[in-house]
Design a protein around this ligand. Sequence first.
Ligand code: GLN
Length: 308
Amino acid sequence: MDTATHFTPILEQVLEEVRPLTLHGKVASYIPELSHIDRSKLGMALYLPDGGIYTAGDAHERFSIQSISKVFTLVMAYRTLGNALWERVGREPSGNPFNSLVQLETDKGVPRNPFINAGALVVTDILCSQYVNPHLAILEFIRQVSGVPDINFNTRVARSEAQHGFRNAAMANFIKSFGNLKAPVDNVLQAYFHQCSIEMSCAELVRAAQLLVHYGTAPGVSEALLTPSEVRRVASIMLTCGTYDAAGDFAFRIGLPAKSGVGGGILAVVPGRMALCVWSPALDVHGNSLAGAKALELFAGRTGFSIF
Ligand code: GLN
């Protein structure tokens, strides 16, 4: 049996099995523009190192990538600062919700990791120091690594989040008070809300994740974006921090480095082996896609794709 006929039916079957779960959980409503999404959407895409992409369900429909963007901004900032990055942001799971402020005071404005909102704001601040238009640089980077030139922001989502982003604004101001944001708070927030509003499909996200699958190289990008050891480190932070206070449960059930977003997407990557993305908008209490997590669990169990 060739690979395509082998993987496509597994993806389709997994989606059918998890479909009843799309009725449970909650579509994110704290960003009002996201609350209109049809909760029955369900898609999945797989990328293998030989370049093969296998898809099922709504894998070609774009959605709000939200916090999945934090993987790409981390790669960009890591490229810029190298190991000096870790003086600005930690790499320890927070055990707290993605939008929590509680540890920032004891940690003196150095967020626990780059995937909680506080850490992502510091990462975006690093890009604000490097680029005149950081939000455009982030978009351009994602277009380049995915090879899809028409990926774009959803400006309504970015505006909606800016209008209701009181917590992110509080966090950015708090970090600034410790001196760990260099750019004006408003610039950092604008860039951050824009990166979160980027829309991509599962198929496009696994393409963009090629750079991790191929240990730092992407087709059409001439130089290596990260070293293989930096890629392993990004993947390790995805495993330990990518799904917030559910990261332990994800490692236990799924065994894949993964990054979720409140748009309902989850991107999982194993360097050298594969990238897998699922989208189902309704979320569990931790802000991770409910049916999406189950789909990853079933797929990993059936194919043996796991880092363990
Ligand atoms: N834009 C969202 C926020 O900052 C991203 C959160 C997420 O996807 N977990 O709240």
